[in-house]
Write a protein that binds this ligand. Structure first.
Ligand SMILES: Nc1ncnc2c1ncn2[C@@H]1O[C@H](COP(=O)(O)OP(=O)(O)O)[C@@H](O)[C@H]1O
Ligand SMILES: [Mg+2]
Length: 335
């Protein structure tokens, strides 16, 4: 069994060490299968070991885009947990969250919540590439997106006059989430109006905090998704928060000049992988292309770059066979 080797990412703020990432390609954490940690529920990205009041949540290196798992990106799980941890800390004054502790770089122990059946999507900009994106709908002439009236004459990647909330349903496994107006959520019994309004208020504050912290680091916090649950009668922020998986980040410095020229902004998030996929002709339907090692390495470096922009600390990476090191921490008596 390999021993967990914790090394600081050697290049710190400049650029991630591509050689280290390449060495990790074969160890990228595809999944876990521990038989003594609780009932296993595999999401697209996380392996959740569900217990009575807690969940041991292993964030793997799986990458999903357009609601499909496409492969793995080395160190992605560690990057997500690191950044979400930082954001949970930065937003704890706005809403309580589910984190209990982080026993390993990939793992959280969280409070098990009763999930609220809505994803709260907050958007500051008119963008997207999929058939269900706000931009696609707008381009087709739709001026009402999930109950939000949109002005005429907007261009792709332009800021909305005010950020908007476009809730979506939580799709069953293998299905796409569906953006709907709040009235539709009430009709379907997903959430009642009182609770929805409270979630909307919290989500907007979380988004504004995101915008302001990202701006401090030269980034635009474009849009994001929040999930909430109830624990002991209290609203809790659960899942992940403001990560490059659940959010879009753009570079701020040349956003305006590129926008004026009709060029895409520079993207610091999964959009890099999404754009590559859509260049290959894949936007969610049919057989996805296989991620090349080059894309996996580049995506890894970009995930880590975003993390370190916020935390201002070189990531402490667990290198090598990560599932062994996780298990040795979760069950120290098994060896
Ligand atoms: N504290 C919590 N209590 C209960 N469920 C949670 C909690 N935090 C996250 N979840 C759920 O656990 C799953 C996390 O796994 P993930 O890979 O993100 O799944 P998905 O494919 O649905 O995105 C999600 O279904 C999420 O809604
Ligand atoms: Mg998820």
């Amino acid at each position: 069994m390999g021993e967990a080797l914790l090394v600081p990412c050697p290049i710190g703020k400049k650029h991630m060490d591509r050689d280290l990432i390449k060495q990790q390609l074969n160890y990228a954490l595809e999944g876990t299968n521990f038989d003594d940690q609780g009932e296993l529920y595999k999401g697209k990205v996380r392996d959740n070991y569900v217990n009575e009041d807690t969940i041991t949540m292993v964030t793997t290196d799986r990458i999903s885009a357009f609601d499909r798992v496409l492969g793995t990106v080395p160190f992605k799980g560690q990057a997500l947990v690191e950044l979400a941890d930082w954001w949970f800390g930065e937003t704890a004054d706005i809403v309580a969250n589910h984190i209990i502790k982080r026993p390993h770089p990939n793992v959280w122990k969280v409070k098990r919540c009763e999930p609220i059946q809505v994803e709260m999507v907050v958007r500051g900009y008119l963008t997207g590439v999929t058939s269900t994106s706000a931009w696609t709908a707008y381009q087709k002439g739709d001026r009402n997106f999930c109950g939000n009236e949109l002005p005429e004459g907007m261009r792709k990647n332009e800021a909305f006059p005010e950020p908007i909330i476009t809730p979506s349903t939580k799709a069953a496994q293998g299905e796409h989430d569906e953006s709907v107006a709040p009235s539709e959520l009430y009709k379907r019994g997903a959430v009642d109006p009182g609770l929805y309004k409270e979630l909307a208020r919290i989500s907007m504050r979380l988004y504004e905090r995101g915008v302001s912290r990202a701006a401090d680091q030269g980034m635009i916090f474009v849009d994001t998704k929040y999930e909430f649950g109830i624990s002991n009668g209290k609203i809790m922020l659960m899942d992940e928060v403001n990560t490059p998986d659940s959010s879009r980040y753009w570079m701020k410095d040349d956003y305006e000049s590129r926008f004026e020229k009709g060029e895409e902004p520079r993207k610091l998030d999964k959009e890099y992988v999404r754009t590559w996929l859509s260049d290959q002709g894949f936007t969610g339907d049919g057989k996805p292309p296989k991620l090349t090692d080059e894309i996996r390495v580049e995506a890894s470096a970009r995930y880590m770059e975003v993390v370190e922009k916020f935390t201002k600390e070189p990531m402490q990476l667990d290198v090598g066979p990560v599932d062994d090191s996780i298990y040795s921490i979760l069950n120290p008596f098994a060896y």
